[in-house]
Design a protein around this ligand. Structure first.
Ligand SMILES: Nc1ncnc2c1ncn2[C@@H]1O[C@H](COP(=O)(O)OP(=O)(O)O)[C@@H](O)[C@H]1O
Ligand SMILES: O=P(O)(O)OC[C@H]1O[C@](O)(COP(=O)(O)O)[C@@H](O)[C@@H]1O
Ligand SMILES: [Mg+2]
Length: 542
């Protein structure tokens, strides 16, 4: 895991003769090379200018919050002008782009912002806003000055290749940028792999394929080595595609770049089929995953229907957030029970899962269960201890599908003496591996273009995303402070419960628990509690 280091650190990644990184010790010539490149990236500043910039950096590390009338808050993103003095801007080349010649308004207004909450009442405060994404009149890079790089990190997700393709195409065709490097194999690729040159020709067809042509990985986030590699290669725009972990890594890279006073834009594009990224409407690839999950649910239903007391059990991804399971269930209508990490359940006794299964089998003769992989981990952990983590520090989960299938079989073949026919389907990696569908392709394209417009306009340290349907630039801290979860006291979960007709499974002891614990459990903020009264009451009424 990365740590903030200094540019003088002894941890080094170096370029070989081809400009490719290898894990060599710093040689005097590389030190000189890095100094020259630093000067190039930082516009040939003098020492005193550099010192001034560093002092300015310290002041600017805090979140940029702008307030206005009526409780208006702008959670702004950093800009080069916050820490680099005497910057030069240039007219945006988009204005001479023939494709855009008929567009009435090329550029977004500098004051345009996007509201986080759009359901308001007469006396509501205007609340939090984010800077609207899109092309600006002035850009802070000349086309031939840009050297961009793209990296994909974390787990696979449909649409990764589409985003890579569209970043390359936007840089080339809108801004005339021709120097674009692909970093291979995730964060560690910055300092341990060769790069590939990305051109529109090379990426032309890649959106039709699943996975990522750049490769990906978990772990390996060494901030100093990564930023050294960025400097060594003279890169000044870094596009980082990945989930919550990746955005945390991007945030640290940005901080180190700002600390070194470099004119390097660090831009995140959020990816994850778990849809667990805060603030944004959804992450790209999520719709495709919901659609692909339908095939598994359909198969589970066919199997279940064809056998006496047939149970079709489908496990879907969703480590800590059950969005994929919830939306796949809502889309299918064949699911009798959906289990997600946010909604605890218990097996035995009155109101428990096993009782519900028996009831549904007696009523319908078959049933379909969908479980997110993170569901019921507390129950499994009671019987099997597991403390393993992956290379990124994510807790490795125990297989809820296998465990629960076994428990169901044991229960019915044991004292119940009821023959059930359970088919367990685990389509998790098949779902992640498909190419993105039409709507995700469009979403990925817009995300990539918004990212490029932001970097060209001198913004940095942000993640791009759609908020209430409008694209915006979101400061990293808002993306990384917590994971987005299904709120089971929200209407969406209620819709699911009423569509499956499953019980809420919340145990009496759970409801009797301390209110503060519950609020923490559901990750609710004060605003929620204030608007909706007591959470305990809400849960009791479910
Ligand atoms: N807190 C963190 N600080 C720095 N880097 C991180 C952090 N968490 C994750 N990363 C890095 O981000 C990359 C992807 O993270 P991971 O959690 O595996 O996937 P995702 O980004 O999809 O959530 C990994 O290379 C990991 O080392
Ligand atoms: O086996 P892997 O590659 O570590 O991936 C498993 C994890 O990847 C995911 O699909 C996505 O997680 P990230 O978006 O955080 O990478 C999770 O749902 C799942 O737990
Ligand atoms: Mg993640």
């Amino acid at each position: 895991m990365g740590s903030l280091g200094t540019s003088d650190s002894t941890a080094n990644s170096k370029s070989n003769a081809n400009g490719h990184a290898s894990e060599l010790e710093d040689s005097p010539s590389t030190t000189v090379l890095r100094k020259l490149l630093t000067e190039k990236i930082s516009g040939g500043m003098s020492r005193s200018e550099s010192a001034k910039r560093k002092i300015k950096n310290k002041e600017k590390m805090k979140p940029k919050i702008v307030t206005g009338d009526g409780g208006y808050i702008l959670e702004d993103v950093p800009h080069f002008s916050d820490y680099i003095p005497d910057l030069h801007s240039h007219p945006n080349p988009l204005q001479d782009n023939p494709a855009y010649s008929v567009v009435k308004q090329y550029f977004v207004d500098v004051d345009d912002t996007v509201a986080q909450k759009i359901v308001v009442q007469k006396n509501s405060k205007r609340g939090t806003h984010f800077r609207r994404a899109g092309p600006r009149q002035k850009v802070y890079f000349e086309s031939d000055e840009v050297k961009a790089c793209i990296v994909t990190c974390g787990g696979l997700c449909p649409g990764l290749n589409t985003v890579v393709r569209e970043l390359v195409c936007a840089l080339y065709s809108i801004y005339g940028v021709t120097k674009i490097l692909g970093i291979k194999g995730g964060y560690k690729g910055f300092y341990s792999c060769n790069t590939i040159e990305l051109t529109p020709k090379l990426v032309n067809d890649i959106h039709k394929r699943g996975g990522t042509i750049l490769g990906t990985s978990r772990g390996g986030h060494d901030t100093v080595k990564i930023v050294d590699a960025i400097q060594d290669r003279g890169i000044n725009q870094v596009y980082i595609i990945g989930g919550d972990g990746t955005q945390k890594g991007a945030s640290i890279i940005y901080e180190e770049i700002q600390r070194r006073g470099l004119k390097v834009a660090v831009v995140g594009i959020p990816k994850t089929i778990d849809n667990d990224i805060e603030v944004i409407d959804k992450s790209f690839g999520f719709d495709t995953a919901v659609e692909e999950a339908q095939k598994a649910i359909y198969a589970a239903h066919v199997e279940a229907e064809s056998h006496e007391n047939g149970i079709g059990f489908v496990k879907l991804m969703g480590r800590n957030s059950g969005f994929l399971a919830m939306y796949a269930t809502l889309a299918s209508r064949d699911v009798d029970c959906c289990l997600i990490p946010e909604s605890p359940f218990y097996l035995e006794g009155e109101g428990g899962l096993l009782e519900f299964i028996e009831k549904r089998l007696k009523e319908n003769g078959h049933m379909v269960i969908v479980a997110a992989e993170g569901a019921g981990q507390d129950l499994i952990a009671d019987s099997l201890r597991n403390t393993d983590h992956d290379a990124s520090g994510n807790k490795l989960l125990l297989d809820v599908g296998l465990w629960l299938s076994q428990k169901i079989k044991e229960h019915f073949s044991g004292k119940k003496r009821m023959r059930v026919n359970l088919k367990y389907i685990d389509p998790t990696y098949m779902i992640r591996a498909v190419p993105s569908n039409a709507s995700d392709n469009i979403y990925s394209t817009l995300l990539a273009q918004s990212a490029v417009h932001g970097a060209m306009a001198g913004y940095t340290g942000f993640t791009v995303g759609s908020i209430n349907g409008r694209h915006a630039y979101i400061p990293y801290h808002r993306i990384t402070e917590k994971q987005k979860k299904v709120v089971i006291t929200d209407r969406m979960w209620a819709r699911l419960l009423s569509s499956t007709n499953q019980p809420s499974f919340l145990s009496h002891e759970f409801i009797k628990g301390e209110e503060t614990d519950l609020e923490e459990y559901y990750h609710l903020d004060d605003e929620y509690t204030l608007c909706n009264g007591s959470l305990t009451d809400a849960i009791k009424n479910m």
